[in-house]
Design a protein around this ligand. Structure first.
Ligand code: FES
Length: 636
């Protein structure tokens, strides 16, 4: 029998052994990894493109990829055969760039305008101590003398010490004649010494802020002594191969062994990102002592290996809303084994810690007079309305369209994504691409622009169907039916046309309709009209350049004063960062979670009517969008 070849598939770090000459698409499918193959392996759709970074392979020539791309190792998996050990990258799932915030400007500018506290007093920190040498007269134990030294600068109280620390204590205390550093964790009213070392071992003490999204996972590595960002990394959530939304993940988790599989996949995703961020920052993962994790309730259940089943069944009750602090070694995270891991609390089954932490980045808790609306338009849309005195929330299943999933040429907001689009009076398309790269596809903000521009320039009607008279010169045939050509193949990175199909548009209209109708229902429940909202904060994975005007034109956002809108980016991650900096933010999010009233849309009969009404551009009732009506009347 011939020697098998090892195929390593990134970014999932999955290794599969296959017979020589195995078709690469079959190998990827056998590894149970997600790779779209719309033409069924005919070599015509270009959807199964991969990049092969090492090893020998044979690829049949294909018109779906340009020579330039092929010379960089890109190949169609369905037309490629394994001849060696290979390393294969699935480009759709490769590292995303975090474009929402990469430095402190966000908080420096808003210090007094956010509900969270922006100060560096982390609950896990390094403390340098001088421990007195023992003598016959002072023969207290090492631990007692450490407690005494600590008591000189820190308030007294019970301190526990991990067994792993006790094992190193005698050496650490004597190595530098009593000059030691301890890592002290002060969480939930308890104090623990979680590490000890002689001061001559110059170790940094770092933290990890992490947002676990249903589709993407992003993290910041932070120096806990200064609060500075040291590194960032993000990628698709590897659980995507088990279902794109939370309900399909919950369903998947119900077969034997599947809960553990989902848990391992999210831990694997985070460990990969820890490796990337720590390598780029030159920080060993063992120096990471604290992690603040934010995510929706289902993601947190899967992260903690808790059964999420009852989240989806009436009366929609999770196992826990305010998870306890756990140790990294109990979860399998590649941090210091004694690192503490703290999750942001949830309001309920469908409004999770991603929302409570996101609210830290808004002024919602600073005012009793004004009314704020917070909207997180991820795979699940979550909304909060209120102020310091009252908060109401609800959630809807929006789908991942604005994150680039389920759209033929959709992609996340990373290099090569078209993020803004304009159509001029002559019907010509102009666009901007992230990092000025050759265009690969459309991210959320590009899709919002595209839909709005197609609508106001008469390429699509209010149902989202192509208007023959205007669109006919741009219509091309795709495997998914007719598509409207945005970028011709030779001008795109992949060498394929970038198009939008009617199916894509229907998907986008459903997503925006779900979000708008949930907003509308929430406000009705609070007895408010849209114009009574003073400020709207938008979070989500659209990309940096979400155009508010265009969001209103398609009926995603209400037609109110544009100055009331602000786009926050990934506020769940930003909130997790604030949680790392001081435990005071934990008290604030706990209060938010306790005080927020949750409205269940699943059992609200009026929601379906609202949703149906929102399945048009911009809405069935044009009068709800007077500024869009004006434009529409002028151009038609
Ligand atoms: S599945 Fe390979 S090109 Fe379509």
């Amino acid at each position: 029998m011939k020697k098998k070849h090892k195929v390593t598939i990134l970014p999932f770090d999955t290794i599969i052994e296959v017979q020589p000459r195995t078709n690469l698409l079959d190998a990827i499918n056998a590894a149970n990894l997600p790779l779209t193959a719309v033409c069924g392996g005919e070599g015509t759709c270009g959807e199964c493109v991969v990049q092969i970074t090492s090893g020998r392979y044979h690829s049949k020539p294909s018109a779906a990829l340009s020579d330039e791309i092929v010379s960089e190792g890109y190949a169609l998996a369905c037309q490629t055969f394994v001849e060696d050990d290979l390393t294969v990258v699935l480009p759709r799932f490769e590292e995303l760039s975090i474009r929402s915030v990469v430095d402190h400007e966000f908080f420096d500018e808003r210090r007094d305008l956010i509900s969270g506290i922006y100060e560096v007093d982390p609950p896990v920190q390094k403390i340098d101590l001088q421990v007195e040498a023992p003598s016959l007269e002072d023969n207290y134990s090492d631990l007692k003398r450490i407690e005494r030294a600590l008591g000189k600068s820190w308030p007294s109280g019970n301190i526990s010490c991990e067994y792993s620390v006790l094992k190193k204590m005698a050496y650490a205390v004597r190595k530098d004649h009593g000059k030691i550093s301890i890592v002290l964790a002060r969480l939930g009213g308890s104090r623990f010494i979680i590490d000890i070392f002689p001061q001559s071992e110059k170790k940094s003490v770092c933290g990890l802020a992490c947002d676990i999204g249903t589709s993407t996972v992003a993290l910041h590595l932070v120096d806990l002594s200064t609060g500075k960002f040291l590194g960032t990394a993000s990628s698709y959530n590897q659980q995507m191969k088990c279902g794109e939304d939370i309900i399909s993940r919950i369903n998947y988790s119900q077969k034997p062994g599947r809960l553990e599989e989902l848990h391992d996949l999210i831990i694997g995703t985070i460990n990969l990102l820890i490796k990337k961020a720590s390598e780029s920052a030159g920080v060993p993962p063992a120096d990471i002592y604290y992690a603040a994790i934010s995510g929706n309730t289902t993601m947190i259940h899967l992260f903690l290996n808790l059964n999420p089943n009852y989240i989806r069944e009436e009366p929609y009750v999770p196992t826990i809303n305010q998870p306890p602090v756990v140790r990294s070694q109990d979860l399998g995270l590649d941090l210091n084994p004694e690192a503490r891991v703290s999750c942001t609390p949830a309001v309920g089954s469908y409004v999770g810690g991603d929302i409570t932490s996101g609210l830290l980045c808004t002024p919602i808790l600073l005012d009793t007079e004004k009314v704020f609306l917070f909207l997180d338009a991820g795979t699940n849309g979550e909304l909060v309305v209120g102020n310091k005195e009252w908060l109401m929330t609800c959630a809807c299943s929006a789908g991942p369209a604005f994150e680039g999933s389920g759209i033929k040429c959709g992609m996340p907001a990373s290099e090569g994504a078209i993020e803004t689009i304009k159509i001029d009076d002559k019907g010509r398309f102009g666009y901007e691409v992230i990092n000025n790269a050759k265009p690969k596809g459309l991210c959320g903000s590009g899709l919002v622009d595209l839909l709005a521009e197609l609508f106001v320039h008469g390429f699509v009607d209010r149902n989202g169907k192509f208007i023959e008279r205007t669109a006919r010169n741009k219509i091309v045939q795709t495997e998914n039916g007719e598509g409207l050509l945005i970028v011709e193949g030779p001008k795109s990175f992949w060498g394929n046309d970038i198009v939008i199909t009617e199916k894509d548009i229907a998907n986008l209209i459903r997503t925006k309709g779900a979000i708008y109708s949930a907003c509308s229902m929430l406000l009705k429940s609070a007895g408010l009209k849209f114009h009574e909202i003073d400020s709207v904060y938008i979070a989500g994975g659209f990309g940096q350049h979400l155009d508010i005007e265009n969001s209103v034109r398609i009926g995603l956002l209400p037609d109110i004063e544009r100055a009331k809108f602000s786009y926050l980016g990934n506020s769940s991650l930003l909130g997790a960062y604030l949680m790392l900096l001081t435990d005071k933010n934990h008290s604030i999010v706990n209060k938010i979670a306790d005080q927020t009233t949750y409205i269940e849309l699943n059992t609200e009969p009026r929601y379906m009517n609202e949703f149906t009404g929102a399945l048009f551009l911009p809405h069935t009732e044009m009068d709800l969008f007077p500024s869009v009506k004006k434009v529409f009347d002028r151009i038609r």
